[in-house]
Design a protein around this ligand. Structure first.
Ligand code: SF4
Length: 298
């Protein structure tokens, strides 16, 4: 074969390629689009397929990463903990309560000290009108305590609680219960006489109640009789003597309290003595007392 010129050689090759393509088209091995738009659609489809594959791969990778994160527990950095601090034990304050004042004599001495303090007390306005402060009378180790409202004229003059007509009636009731007046302990919510025998103001009662609370803590009675509304309010923090009377209550959750009418009320309304006597009989029953055979006229 003679050597061909490059141009001739290129034409020869292109002619071979063309004839090969024609043969392939004729045999159906390849499909040639008959219009330019078909070619464009074919290219677009090819790009869409390629994108779909790419997205699928991206999602697969994301899922794989999520699974990997879920499965791999990365340990958190733990801050170093200080060693446990040894806290000092908090002890309750040491009070001169009956727990530390066991003997009756010690309690009597302590009561006398408190009485001295109350004698010079000026913590509320009631001190301005008093002749004598009125602290208490009776036994420092009594099992039964009576609590009234405050001193009247007779009490203010003598410096002792329940010494007027109402006090005499109370003494008769105490004897009827099987006690002597000196066997029980008798005190009031306020230690100074309110002017004109009026009821103590709430702030006066609240200011003075600490003395009574100390008296109760030192005497440690097994039961308390609350005489009238002011005593109920001071001991129980609740009012309504007509509703309360005859039903046991608790002072500070531990000492039984029997609310009943004040003797001064019974002087005005003697027909209610039977109600008070019924209340006192409940007290006697609780303390294991039986009435003396002839308690006398109440
Ligand atoms: S009534 Fe009580 S608080 Fe008031 S001055 Fe007399 S002792 Fe003090």
């Amino acid at each position: 074969m003679s050597e061909l010129e490059p141009r001739e050689e290129l034409g020869f090759l292109l002619g071979g390629v063309r004839s090969l393509l024609e043969q392939l088209v004729e045999s159906g091995a390849i499909e040639v689009p008959s219009d330019p738009e078909g070619v464009a659609r074919a290219h677009a489809n090819a790009r869409a397929n390629a994108n779909a594959h790419a997205n699928a791969n991206a999602n697969a990778n994301a899922n794989a990463n999520a699974n990997a994160n879920a499965q791999v527990q990365v340990p958190r950095a733990v801050a170093p903990q200080p060693p446990p601090v040894e806290r000092p034990r908090v002890r309750p304050p040491v009070l001169e309560t009956p727990d530390t004042l066991e003997s009756v004599e010690a309690r009597r001495v302590r009561l006398a000290q408190i009485e001295q303090v109350s004698a010079s007390c000026t913590r509320c306005a009631l001190h301005e009108g008093r002749t004598n402060p009125v602290f208490a009378r009776g036994s420092a180790s009594a099992e039964l305590m009576f609590v009234g409202e405050g001193p009247g004229a007779d009490e203010d003059a003598q410096g002792l609680p329940f010494v007027g007509k109402a006090g005499q009636l109370l003494d008769r009731m105490i004897v009827a219960m099987g006690y002597q007046p000196d066997d029980v302990y008798i005190a009031n919510v306020v230690k100074c006489r309110p002017p004109n025998n009026r009821k103590p103001e709430p702030n006066e009662a609240a200011t003075c109640i600490g003395y009574l609370q100390e008296q109760i803590a030192l005497v440690r009675p097994k039961a308390i009789v609350a005489l009238g509304a002011t005593a109920c309010e001071g001991l129980l923090g609740t009012s309504g003597i007509t509703r309360l009377r005859g039903t046991w209550r608790l002072y500070r959750g531990e000492i039984p309290v029997m609310p009943t009418f004040h003797p001064a009320y019974l002087l005005r309304k003697p027909e209610d003595k039977r109600l008070v006597w019924a209340d006192l009989q409940q007290v006697m029953q609780r303390l294991g007392k039986s009435a003396p055979p002839n308690p006398g006229k109440r």
